[in-house]
Every structure is written in structure tokens, then in C-alpha cells.
Design a protein around this ligand. Structure first.
Ligand code: COA
Length: 328
């Protein structure tokens, strides 16, 4: 096995072309551009076209990450797709992406579902697989949230958008994964759920609902999210043996600008160190962290020797954090 540290070698992102503005949402539900901007910081989000889905978006992000990594595609051993909006229970979205990349038979691909923390979870799994067995992995976060939103519910439909992000990880001198944890807890009050409706079984009563929509108690989730940011930073710094002052940049799950602001304040981190693109994409669930990481690198916000923390929280509920050191 390589003596190099395991880190992120290349990143990529894909955002669908169609832009859904707050002004358009004003036509669908009783809301206003001003209310959405003041309460969430979101101006617009993207919507996947009818030809696109989590697999096509994930594949586009993966291609870019592979190109940026410079590794030979056949050197990949694993492909993990984190998503909450799979088209099919099977075949797995990850296997559809594998096929799209022309890597049938060449690697092991599987899906992972952990709410909006899915990318951090997948990174954690991939890192530990590589630590044990060596090799390289593609880790993808991809979500087509607009496919499961109720566009008559103003409390949820204004928040989410579609997109995908991807990274290649493995032994490298580009960056180093310093520390990471994943966590979860069931809490009936934290109401963010999407129930499967079983239509076909003759052994079950007919369901009242005939669609899979997301439901949420926004204010409760808000409180959970800001505490998750605070607690995640405390825990990951303790694990890494680092102080807040040593952290150069923070990538927090892009759910709501007020969550970023309040979470950063609770965690005693200045907003100048916090990446923001929620204004342009809304909440892209599992895709949010890798899209933000990719953009922050392109914009030069993450530089050589920077220590970066990735913090996510999401339905389930789940939360997770990773410390990453950018080496070159
Ligand atoms: N447009 C206009 N008014 C709206 C609205 C909308 N889109 N959504 C809710 N309102 C109204 C409510 O009906 C309520 O009216 P009332 O006072 O007459 O009852 C008022 O605005 C305040 O609602 P509230 O839900 O308390 O607002 P809020 O400031 O908590 O903002 C969210 C609501 C959903 C934006 C906010 O709670 C949030 O972002 N929560 C976290 C959600 C999240 O990130 N989930 C994913 C986590 S991964």
C-alpha cells in the first residue's frame, strides 16, 4: 500500500441549466422574493431537466473530478453515490453512474443514504475502505430534490434545488484527510421525512397519499442544525487535536444562510471563513458539500496549507464532520 496520506485528489460539480427564481415561486405558492431572501438567503436554485436525474448529474460531476484528479479511470476501486432522491431502489444510482463512465466490471459501486450528511458519510466509508485495502474511490453526492417537493407547500418548496458534486480520493500529496466522524439519532420531533407509499400490496391498507413528498418542521430543524454545526466543530477539533484558530475555512451544509450565520456564531467562527453559495443553489442535500468544496477550490478560497472543516447535518437525523488539509 502507498505510504502517501489519503486525501482528496480531484473535485467536480454539476448544476443543471434551468434556474428557478424566487419570482417564479411567487406564482406557485403564497410567498415573496423578499421573504425568501430574508429568511433563507436563497435567490435561486437549479432544476434538473426531464432528461436528467441523479445518475446523469452524478456522472457529469464524476467525470470532472476524475479529469481534475489526473488518475487513470481504471485505477478506481470503489464508487459511492450518496443521494436521497434515487430514481430506482435498484439498479443503484452508483451502478448507473459506473455504467455511464464505462467502468462496468472494473469497480464496486453502491449507494448510501444519510440525508444531507450523505457526502460526509460516503467520504468516511471510502476513506476507511482505502485505509484497509488501498486503492482509489469516487465519492459522489447527487440529489434531484425538486422531484420530491410538494410545490403547494411554501415551507419546503422554496428551500431546495438539484445538483451533484464529486471527489476522487486515495493516496496523494495534494491533500490529507486529518479527522472525521459520522453521527445519527432518531428524534420524532425533528420532523423531516419522506414516506414511501406502498400502492401495490394486497396485504396493506390503501395509503391516503399517492406521492412521495418531503415533510418538515422547519423551525425545529433550524434549531437542530445550528446546534449540529456548533457540536460538530467542537467534536472534530477535539478529535484532530486542533484549535478553532488553526481552521482556515469552513464548508457547512448549504441549507439556509441564517443557519450558516447562526451556526458559525455559535461555533465562534467568523463568517469570512464560511463558504456561501446557498444564494445561488438553495439546499442541494447530499450534493451541497462537494459542490461548495469544488467552487471554493476554483475560487482560490482554499489554498496550500489551509485546514478546512466540512460540516453537514440532515434528515434522519444525521450529522458529520471532516478536517481536510490542503497540501499543494
Ligand atoms: N413565504 C412566506 N411566508 C412563509 C413561508 C414562505 N415561503 N414559509 C413560512 N411562512 C410563514 C409561516 O406560515 C409563518 O406565518 P405565521 O407567523 O402567520 O404562522 C411565518 O412565515 C414564520 O414561519 P416560520 O416557519 O416560523 O419561519 P422561519 O423563520 O422558521 O423560516 C424556514 C422557515 C423553513 C425557512 C426555516 O425554519 C428553516 O430554514 N428551517 C430549516 C429547514 C432546513 O434547512 N431543512 C433541511 C435541513 S438539511
Amino acid at each position: 500500500m502507498s505510504s502517501l496520506p489519503i486525501g482528496i485528489i480531484g473535485t467536480g460539480a454539476y448544476l443543471p441549466e434551468t434556474v428557478l427564481t424566487n419570482q417564479y415561486l411567487e406564482k406557485l405558492v403564497d410567498t415573496s422574493d423578499q421573504w425568501i431572501r430574508e429568511r433563507t438567503g436563497i435567490r435561486e436554485r437549479r432544476v434538473a431537466s426531464p432528461e436528467e436525474d441523479v445518475a446523469t448529474m452524478g456522472e457529469a460531476a464524476a467525470r470532472q473530478a476524475l479529469e481534475n484528479s489526473g488518475i487513470a479511470w481504471e485505477d478506481l476501486d470503489y464508487l459511492i453515490a450518496a443521494s436521497n432522491t434515487f430514481n430506482y431502489m435498484y439498479p443503484a444510482t452508483a451502478i448507473r453512474i459506473q455504467h455511464g463512465l464505462g467502468l462496468d466490471d472494473k469497480l464496486a459501486a453502491f449507494d448510501l443514504q444519510a440525508g444531507c450528511s450523505g457526502f460526509n458519510y460516503a467520504l468516511y466509508v471510502a476513506e476507511n475502505m482505502i485505509k484497509n485495502k488501498g486503492g482509489y474511490a469516487l465519492v459522489i453526492g447527487t440529489d434531484a430534490n425538486t422531484r420530491m417537493l410538494d410545490f403547494t407547500d411554501r415551507g419546503t418548496c422554496i428551500l431546495f434545488g438539484d445538483g451533484a458534486g464529486a471527489v476522487v480520493i486515495g493516496p496523494t500529496d495534494r491533500s490529507r484527510l486529518v479527522a472525521s466522524f459520522v453521527a445519527s439519532s432518531y428524534n420524532g420531533k425533528l420532523y423531516l421525512k419522506n414516506e414511501f407509499t406502498e400502492l401495490n400490496s394486497p396485504f396493506l391498507p390503501k395509503p391516503a397519499l399517492t406521492g412521495n413528498f418531503m415533510y418538515m418542521d422547519g423551525p425545529e430543524i433550524f434549531k437542530f442544525a445550528v446546534r449540529a454545526v456548533q457540536e460538530s466543530l467542537r467534536r472534530i477539533l477535539a478529535q484532530a487535536g486542533m484549535s478553532r484558530e488553526e481552521i482556515d475555512f469552513l464548508i457547512i451544509h448549504q441549507a439556509n444562510y441564517r443557519i450558516l450565520e447562526t451556526g458559525a456564531r455559535f461555533a465562534k467562527m467568523p463568517m469570512e471563513k464560511v463558504y456561501v453559495n446557498v444564494d445561488r443553489y438553495g439546499n442541494t442535500s447530499a450534493a451541497s458539500i462537494p459542490i461548495a468544496l469544488h467552487e471554493a477550490l476554483i475560487e482560490g478560497k482554499i489554498q496550500k496549507n489551509h485546514k478546512v472543516v466540512l460540516i453537514s447535518f440532515g434528515a434522519g437525523v444525521t450529522w458529520a464532520a471532516t478536517v481536510l488539509e490542503w497540501l499543494s
